[in-house]
Design a protein around this ligand. Structure first.
Ligand code: NAP
Ligand code: FE
Length: 367
C-alpha cells in the first residue's frame, strides 16, 4: 500500500514568475511578504515579485526579520501583523528558514491567537491558514514542496510542525535566484537535499515506486553535480539541476520524513551555529553504517546510485565534511543523546540505536 500527495503547483524556469504572473492576481489584494535579512533582495526575487504587485496594484507588507533556524518568537512577531492588516495571502522568499517561518506565520496569523500552541497535535488550528506561495532561493530544504515548518522553540530546540495546510499552493522555482549562493552554502544546502532523498528512501525501502524513482534521480543528480562547486557557482544549468534535485528530495520527505540523522544534527545548528546541511552530513555515514549492520540492502537501496557507503563517504570527504569538528561539553553530549533516545524520529528510523551509539556520534565530531 502506498499513497502520493503533493497538492503544490510547481512552476519552474528562468523568469517563471513573469510568465505566470496572472496567478498572483488570484488570491486577493493584500499580501504579506516574508523574507530573511538579505537574500530575497540579493537574489533578485523580491524585486521581481514587487514589479508584479505594482502592476496588479496588490498591496503588501514586508516582514524581513526571519533568522536562520527561525524562532517561535519571530513567528509570533510576524503573526502580530495580522492584528492590524487583513492579509489575503503570504509569499515567502528565501531558504528553508523564511519559507518555514512564512508557513508558520500564515498559520498562526490566520488562527489569530498569539498564544495558540502551534506545536499541538490538532490539525484544526491550521484550517483557516491563508494561501502560502513559496519562492526558494536555496536548493536544499525542500520546504517549497513539503507540509513542514521547522521552528526553534523557547528552549532553543528545533521542533517541526506539519499539516496539509502548510503545503504552499504555488512554488515558483527560478534557478537565477540561487546564483548568489556562495560555495559553502551551495554545498551545505545540496547535502541537505541528499540527506532528505536518502533518509526518506531508507523508510520507503522501495515500496512507493514514485518516491523510489524521485529518490534515485535526486541522489544521481547530486552525485554527478555537487563536485567542483567553486567552478560552477555562476553556471545556471548547474543551479537548475540542484534546484530540481532539491525539490524532488522534498517530495521524498513529504511522504516519509527524515530520520535520526536530522535529529542528531539539530543541536549543532541551534547551539553551535552549524549550517543545517552540515549538521546532518557529519552524522550521515555513521548512521548508515549502523543501519547496515542489521539491514545492508535497505541502506544500499537508499543511497543508490552510490554503490557503497564507502563511495558516499568519499564523496562527502571530497566536499570537506570530515573537517567539521565542534567544541562539545560532556553535558551537551549527555543531554543531546538523551533527547535522541526519546525522539519520535528514532522510532521511525530503521536499525538499532542506543545511548552509547548517540554519544559515539557526538564524540566523533568533537574537537
Ligand atoms: P536558510 O537557513 O534559509 O539560509 C541560510 C543562509 O543562506 C542565510 O544567511 C540566508 O540569507 C542565505 N541565503 C539564502 N538564499 C541565498 C541566496 N540566494 N544567495 C545568498 N545567500 C542566500 O537556509 P536553508 O538551508 O535553505 O534552510 C535551512 C532551514 O530549513 C533550517 O531551519 C532547517 O531546519 C529547515 N528545513 C526545513 C525543511 C522543511 O521541510 N520545511 C526541511 C529541511 C530543512 P538571509 O538570512 O538573508 O535569507
Ligand atoms: Fe533538512
Amino acid at each position: 500500500m502506498w499513497n502520493y500527495n503533493i497538492p503544490v503547483r510547481i512552476f519552474k524556469g528562468e523568469r517563471i514568475i513573469f510568465e505566470k504572473k496572472e496567478l498572483l492576481n488570484n488570491f486577493g489584494k493584500k499580501a504579506l511578504v516574508i523574507t530573511g535579512k538579505n537574500s530575497a533582495k540579493l537574489s533578485g526575487a523580491l524585486d521581481d515579485l514587487l514589479k508584479i504587485f505594482y502592476e496588479y496594484k496588490i498591496e503588501f507588507n514586508i516582514f524581513d526579520e526571519v533568522e536562520e533556524n527561525p524562532s517561535f518568537e519571530t513567528v509570533e512577531r510576524g503573526a502580530n501583523l495580522f492584528e492590524e492588516y487583513d492579509f489575503d495571502f503570504v509569499v515567502a522568499i528565501g531558504g528553508g528558514s523564511p519559507l518555514d517561518a512564512g508557513k508558520a506565520i500564515a498559520a498562526l496569523g490566520s488562527y489569530f491567537q498569539k498564544n495558540a500552541d502551534l506545536f499541538g497535535k490538532s490539525d484544526n488550528i491550521y484550517k483557516n491558514t491563508i494561501p502560502i506561495i513559496a519562492i526558494p532561493t536555496t536548493s536544499g530544504s525542500g520546504s517549497e514542496i513539503t507540509p513542514y515548518a521547522i521552528l526553534t522553540n523557547r528552549e532553543n530546540k528545533k521542533k517541526g510542525i506539519s499539516s496539509n495546510r502548510l503545503f504552499p499552493v504555488i512554488s515558483f522555482l527560478d534557478p537565477r535566484y540561487t546564483l548568489t549562493l556562495n560555495e559553502p552554502l551551495t554545498i551545505s544546502t545540496g547535502l541537505d537535499a541528499l540527506t532528505h532523498s536518502v533518509e526518506g528512501e531508507l523508510k520507503n525501502n522501495g515500496r512507493n515506486p514514485i518516491i523510489k524513482s524521485l529518490s534515485y534521480k535526486s541522489n544521481l543528480m547530486i552525485k554527478e553535480n555537487l563536485i567542483d562547486v567553486n567552478e560552477k557557482l555562476s553556471n545556471i544549468d548547474f543551479r537548475s539541476v540542484l534546484q530540481e534535485a532539491s525539490t524532488m528530495a522534498g517530495i521524498v520527505i513529504s511522504h516519509f520524513g527524515t530520520t535520526i540523522i536530522h535529529s542528531a544534527g539539530y543541536p549543532l545548528s541551534s547551539f553551535k551555529n552549524a549550517k543545517h546541511g552540515i549538521s546532518n552530513s557529519v552524522f550521515f555515514v555513521e548512521v548508515l553504517k549502523r543501519i547496515a549492520e542489521t539491514d545492508k540492502d535497505r541502506v544500499l537501496n537508499s543511497i543508490s546510485p552510490f554503490n557503497s557507503i564507502k563511495e558516499l563517504e568519499s564523496f562527502l570527504y571530497d566536499l570537506g565534511i570530515e573537517e567539521y569538528k565542534f567544541e562539545l561539553t560532556d553535558n551537551e553530549i549527555e543531554s543531546w543523546s538523551e533527547d535522541l533516545i526519546v525522539s519520535q524520529k528514532r522510532k521511525k528510523t530503521p536499525g538499532e540505536f542506543d545511548l552509547d551509539f548517540y554519544k559515539s556520534l557526538y564524540n566523533k565530531i568533537r574537537k
